[in-house]
Design a protein around this ligand. Structure first.
Ligand SMILES: [Zn+2]
Length: 185
């Protein structure tokens, strides 16, 4: 089932999300609906607060572009991207590996807004699957960026917080109109 995506202005996007301690059938259904919602919206990632649920659950699928990373290791083993996509994960812990690079980024909670965001190129992410398995994911490129972006959501942090000041100023009117149109804040 495709769910409505929460747009910036809703306070749930600023919530510090609760860790997922127990996976129930509702958690699985929610994750499945999040994948359908992400696909429908043509996004590469979606975090639970973006559908109004402040828990540490997110989904990612960047497999449309097999060249968007230069390596992927899962629990120390070289892994094909398609073997772990779509990725559903909870409770991520990240180790960020510099240097940083600026790339164009968007967010499903900010329709029509894109900006250059600087982030570390590589990440080592320790996440838990719905089956309770721990995955240590080491990667770069778009997958690394998506993991960082979705993990930010789970801590109430948004990509506009990482936008260069000048970009933020130039998008101010657009962001305000978006809040007035969709937000309740
Ligand atoms: Zn986002």
């Amino acid at each position: 089932m495709v769910l409505p995506i929460v747009i910036y202005g809703d306070p749930v996007l600023r919530a510090k999300c609760k860790p997922v301690d127990e996976v129930t059938s509702e958690t699985r259904e929610l994750a499945q609906n999040m994948i359908e919602t992400m696909v429908e919206a043509q996004g590469v990632g979606l975090a639970a607060p973006q559908i109004g649920v402040p828990i540490q659950l997110a989904v990612i699928d960047v497999s449309h572009d097999s060249d968007c990373i230069s390596y992927l290791r899962v629990n120390g083993e070289d892994t094909e991207m398609k073997d772990i996509m779509p990725l559903i994960f909870t409770n991520p812990k990240l180790e960020l590996i510099n240097p940083k690079v600026s790339e164009q980024e968007g967010c499903l909670s900010f329709p029509d807004i894109r900006a250059m965001i600087k982030r570390p190129i590589e990440v080592k992410a320790t996440v838990t699957t719905l089956d309770g398995k721990t995955l240590v994911i080491e990667t770069d490129g778009l997958f690394s960026r998506a993991i960082q972006h979705e993990t930010d959501h789970l801590h109430g942090k948004l990509f506009i917080d990482r936008m260069p000041a000048a970009a933020k100023v130039s998008l101010k009117g657009k962001i305000r109109r978006m809040m007035e149109t969709y937000g309740n804040g």
